[in-house]
Design a protein. Structure first.
Length: 768
């Protein structure tokens, strides 16, 4: 804008000025010094002006001050360029009329202020209306031209000397340079338009695939974007390949639960990601050569059963996409963020719906989409989010790496159009993402809580959904009962309500029949507190649910805090109910439904959970042999190797009251000691025990690093064929059986509530 729109316009406009009798030796010529200086003035001035317009501010007063400064800087840079450029005239002395000089300043500043304030105020509405932007540009260009010729009006040119032959030729050179710059700028703009259209088509194509995006938030609330104004994203796969017609990749899918938990404990899988890349490369190569005879070498790393299991391939693709995002952001994989608890449908906005009335209809449907109602709006692709709250230091590093932070109202349309979703839907998702990541860092719920556990059968016998808070979908509807854990007499008082319906509970607490005459004063006060909590809880759930619910007097224990230093335990007493299949939550604004299996998986993701260690062990058991580099061994030569590996989270258990019944674990494993986990493999039996050392291959590296089973260091290996352990291997070359006892995952409080509800409170008409 400064180089072409102002500088070139000035010199081409001055060419229209004819002095004297039109003789070439009396026309305007310029020296190189001031002409060069006049190039930089509008560029620098407009850079300052547009920077002021983009200055982030939540105050309307500061916003309008910055827009006013934008018009002033742009106008003064235009006027300044004109008069500094005229200082470069070397064969005339120019004298200006004061009234026209003042008029030119007023025209320039006023026009720039009017146009730029208009543009920056309404650009969100004008971004899809090219004729409005064209009219805005013509108004701005007209103001610049009006300033130029107003300043030239009344100007007196006093001749110093006549032009020589070289000076006359230089006049044509100046016009040629200005014209060439205009043509180059036009070609550049056309090239940028074609490139942006091409990029838009590429991004829209990705909206029909399964993508992984990164949503990182600056401490002031802005979101991380690339220089193109879009979110950093990577493709996972074209489409999730379903095994059956009834299978959907949603939050109820076991694969989603797996990747949700993995993102809470990246260290359990990060070491395997390089080998996952090699495995996917091998799978592509083997798929090409699948029709050819399989050699001994290729069969060493190709397992047809593995490649038929698409869930393994998809999980590998997810981990690789996350690692690629981390590498792009120049951060470790374990700091790329945690998975958002929703899958966003992309490609829901058709091309013809981007503008016009149909787009408005799509935006109106957002409320139905957010409330879970069924819509005739099916996405072509899916988008998963990794999200994280950045510190000031992390934000500075990303800025230095070339990324930007912007508010949603600035880049919302740039992000929404490639994703082909309504802009209002994007705003809603980003708001929920910010709330989600804030809760991860601030949530802490110590004490005793009264909660409601409501189950809803899913259609086609797909299990159950559970009613949860709409704003915090990892929590049941609840009310604080006590700020601390209950005392013994309070627990005994609650035990008297076990199995009663809510109406019976209220009758007992109010003591309407005066049958409980031995109730002490503190029991009466506690009964009133409990009754008030029940009333508050009843306001959060449907009335028909609350009427049919029964009280469970046995406390369960929830870990809501994500911070280790806040790792307290919440005591939860619950009312349990199973709703009808056709029950609706439309009347309740505070709760929604999510799959019970996903809700249970979320309770294993708190900081310091022992399930992180078990998940890491399971990952190595599943992927280790698959990703191992296999080598051909001599017959009769069996090896064993021990590889020590520290398993985070295994050194300590989360604090839980001693009265809490702990799940039974195999006697061969322990998570309560500060010992390390280890990996046991086979070793050459011909060696003495003192000679058991890790072998090296021909290349000097350890072979078969991930070929064994990652277990706790107290694993017991037995050769007796009658084993009390459940995990039993096949016959080995030595004619032995090896049984490995490992720790199992603890039951979450959700599993406990489900078991109690199923065995004690389930209506006869509902099957499990």
């Amino acid at each position: 804008m400064g180089l072409v729109g102002i500088w070139c316009m000035h010199f081409i406009g001055n060419r229209a000025i004819i002095l004297g009798d039109g003789s070439p030796d009396r026309q305007l010529v310029y020296n190189a010094g001031y002409t060069t200086l006049s190039v930089f003035l509008p560029i620098i001035g407009l850079t300052i002006a547009f920077s002021a317009a983009e200055f982030p501010s939540h105050s309307k007063t500061l916003h309008w001050i910055s827009l006013t400064c934008t018009g002033v800087f742009a106008g003064l840079s235009t006027v300044g360029m004109h008069y500094i450029g005229n200082l470069g005239v070397k064969n005339y002395t120019l004298s200006y009329a004061h009234r026209f000089l003042a008029a030119s300043i007023i025209i320039s500043v006023g026009d720039c202020m009017l146009v730029l304030i208009l543009f920056y105020t309404l650009r969100e509405k004008w971004i899809s209306a090219w004729w409005k932007r064209l009219a805005c540009a013509m108004l701005l260009a007209g103001g610049v031209c009006a300033m130029h010729f107003t300043a030239s009006t009344g100007c007196i040119y006093t001749l110093r000397n006549r032009n020589g032959p070289n000076a006359i030729k230089s006049r044509n050179t100046q016009v040629a340079v200005a014209g060439a710059l205009c043509v180059a700028a036009a070609l550049l703009v056309v090239g940028v338009l074609f490139f942006t259209r091409h990029r838009a088509r590429v991004l829209k194509t990705k909206s029909q695939k399964v993508m992984l995006a990164c949503a990182m938030f600056h401490p002031d609330g802005r979101i991380l974007v690339t220089t193109e104004g879009v979110l950093p994203a990577r493709e996972i796969t074209d489409k999730y390949q379903h095994r059956t017609f009834n299978e959907d990749f949603d939050t109820a899918h076991p694969v989603f639960h797996w990747i949700f938990r993995v993102t809470r404990h990246w260290s359990g899988v990060s070491e395997l990601i390089p080998r996952m890349k090699n495995h996917l490369t091998a799978s592509k190569n083997d798929s090409v050569e699948r029709s050819r005879p399989v050699s001994a070498a290729s069969s060493a790393h190709y397992d047809p059963e593995t490649y038929n299991d698409y869930t393994i391939i998809f999980r590998e693709r997810f981990c690789i996409a996350a690692a690629s995002l981390a590498a792009t952001l120049h951060i470790p994989t374990d700091r790329v963020g945690v998975l958002y608890d929703k899958i966003i449908e992309t490609g829901t906005l058709r091309t013809e719906d981007r503008v016009g009335k149909r787009a408005t209809v799509q935006l109106d449907k957002l409320g139905d989409m957010e409330s879970g109602k069924s819509l005739n709006l099916f996405g072509k692709g899916q988008l998963l989010f990794l999200t994280r709250q950045l510190s000031d230091e992390d934000a500075d590093k990303l800025l230095n790496a070339g990324f930007k932070f912007a508010s949603v109202h600035q880049v919302g349309r740039t992000i929404a159009e490639p994703m082909q979703i309504p802009l209002a839907a994007l705003d809603a998702h980003v708001t929920e993402l910010k709330h989600y990541v804030d809760k991860l860092n601030t949530l802490d719920k110590p004490g005793t809580w009264l909660a409601f556990f409501g189950l809803m059968p899913r259609p086609n016998s797909k299990g159950f959904d559970v009613g949860v808070k709409k704003e915090d979908q990892d929590q049941l509807p609840d009310v604080r009962l006590l700020p601390v854990e209950p005392q013994q007499w309070q627990a005994e008082f609650l035990q008297r309500l076990d199995g009663l319906r809510t109406r019976s509970c209220m009758t007992f607490l109010e003591d309407r029949m005066q049958t409980d005459r031995q109730r002490s004063q503190q029991e009466q006060q506690f009964a009133m507190v409990l009754l008030q909590s029940m009333v508050q809880l009843a306001q959060q759930v449907p009335p028909e649910w609350f009427r049919e619910a029964r009280f469970l007097a046995r406390p369960v224990f929830a870990h809501y805090s994500q911070q280790r230093h806040r790792g307290g335990v919440s005591w939860v007493y619950t009312f349990c109910a199973i709703a009808d299949l056709h029950s609706s939550l439309e009347a309740c604004d505070s709760i929604t439904r999510i799959p019970l299996t996903f809700f249970s998986a979320r309770q294993r993701c708190y900081q310091g959970s022992p399930d992180h260690t078990i998940l890491a062990r399971d990952i190595h058991q599943e992927f280790g042999p698959l990703l191992a580099r296999r080598t051909v061994k001599k017959p009769g030569s069996v090896r064993i190797r021990k590889l020590s590996m520290h398993m985070p989270g295994s050194s300590r258990k989360p604090n839980k009251p001693s009265s809490t019944p702990r799940p039974k674990m195999s006697r061969s494993s322990s998570f309560g000691r500060d010992d390390e986990s280890s990996e046991h493999e086979l070793v050459e039996t011909s060696r003495k025990p003192s000679e058991i050392l890790p072998d090296k291959g021909a290349d000097g590296d350890r072979d078969n690093v991930w070929g064994g089973i990652l277990v706790n260091s107290e694993t017991v290996i037995k050769s007796d064929s009658k084993s009390e352990y459940s995990n039993e291997s096949k016959h080995l070359g030595m004619g032995m059986k090896v049984a490995v006892g490992t720790a199992k995952q603890e039951d979450t409080f959700v599993d406990e509530l489900m078991e109690v509800t199923r065995t004690r409170f389930m209506p006869p008409k509902i099957g499990y």
